[in-house]
Design a binder for this molecule. Structure first.
Ligand code: FMN
Length: 334
């Protein structure tokens, strides 16, 4: 069976799960376009994940996946947290909030796993790590197809070993957070993909910088069974990205993205803006605490219509992104 058969999709394309950007309409439009729609459930509670799944089911009867963040338990160092919060205050002041409350988030991973089983979701993907064997066994007992994310050969091998049915090879070009969980290496997709294809026996999905049909065909020739595209879909009508974010994406020039940890404490690629520059040398709390600390700054910046302090996650090929409906964007890849 090929990967597309296993996933029940027409085209070898996966709409990248994008936490905060994917809406039920966006996911359903992707599934209806014959690719795998994916819910970016990383930041959702278990109940919000259930509601989201039910909304998608109302809109489409085609397959879709749910993507989860495998939780990390960084030690909570109050002094480090205080320093990181103080370092953000000059930006807070610019937004008219000298002080703000930052509530620390709690992982909802285990509850989300239960919801995925109860709701009969067919495909579940992971980033920031791999689920343990108990979770893998539980999901497999319900015949759920599992996809891991790897940024190196070592991570891809670990994904196969724990029981993933397929693995995403995420190149350095990719937009958003890096899925890395063993060290931090930046490997271009053209180098990473053939190495991963050689190293594992499971299907490999190529991700990072894929902006047109030519890129897609190249990845299939290099041994990928499908591609995962995020940035190309960011400005689509059904995307939940804030209008200012969509505008920044459409107007972005070549070489406008950088990797930064300033928003969340974890490496992610986005369009360079003032926040990234101002905070470049500042003390930063580890993920997920930095993400909690900057949440209000990002939302207030969006509310005031200022893109300078928002996280504008996007990949290296962002200059190729255009608007249109999801169906129109996907049409250009097939
Ligand atoms: C805005 C945005 C949010 C993302 N959020 C997630 C996520 O929640 N889970 C995940 O596995 N990957 C996430 N990614 C990474 C994508 O899965 C994928 O690796 C990436 O989009 C591929 O590169 P491209 O953006 O150049 O197409 C995100 C990417 C973007 C652009």
């Amino acid at each position: 069976m090929t990967l597309t058969n296993n996933l029940g999709i027409q085209h070898p394309i996966i709409q990248a799960p994008m936490a905060g950007v994917t809406t039920p309409e966006f996911v359903a439009a992707s599934s209806d376009a014959g690719i795998l729609g994916s819910i970016g459930a990383g930041y959702l509670s278990a109940e919000a994940t259930r509601d989201f799944i039910r909304e998608v089911k109302k809109l489409t009867d085609k397959p879709f996946s749910v993507n989860l963040f495998v939780p990390e338990y960084a030690e909570l160092d109050q002094e480090q947290l205080r320093k990181a919060y103080l370092a953000l205050q000059p930006v807070g002041k610019k937004l008219g909030m000298p002080f703000w409350k930052a509530r620390l988030s709690k992982p909802s991973f285990e509850g989300q796993i239960e919801v995925i089983i109860e709701e009969g979701v067919g495909v579940c993907s992971f980033t920031f790590g791999l689920p343990d064997e108990t979770v893998v066994r539980k999901l497999k007992e319900h015949a759920i197809y599992l996809i891991g994310t790897a940024t190196t050969v070592e991570e891809a091998v670990a994904a196969e070993k724990v029981g993933m049915d397929a693995v995403v090879a995420q190149g350095k070009e990719a937009g958003g957070h890096r899925g890395s969980f063993i060290g931090e290496q930046l490997v271009p997709l053209a180098d990473l993909l053939p190495l991963v294809v050689d190293a594992v026996g499971i299907p490999v999905i190529a991700a990072g910088g894929i902006a047109n049909k030519e890129h897609l065909d190249q990845q299939l020739l290099r041994g990928a069974q499908a591609v995962q595209i995020g940035t190309a879909l960011l400005a689509a009508e059904e995307s939940g990205a804030h209008p200012i974010y969509k505008q920044a994406v459409i107007e972005a020039a070549e070489n406008s993205t950088v990797l930064t940890k300033v928003f969340s404490g974890k490496s992610a690629r986005g369009i360079r803006n003032s926040f990234i520059d101002i905070m470049a040398d500042g003390p930063i709390a580890p993920y997920p605490y930095q993400n909690d600390l900057t949440k209000k700054i990002r939302s207030e910046s969006a509310r005031l219509g200022k893109s300078e302090f928002m996280s504008l996650w996007a990949g290296e090929s962002v200059h190729e992104t255009k608007g249109g409906t999801v169906n129109e964007v996907i049409g250009k890849f097939i």
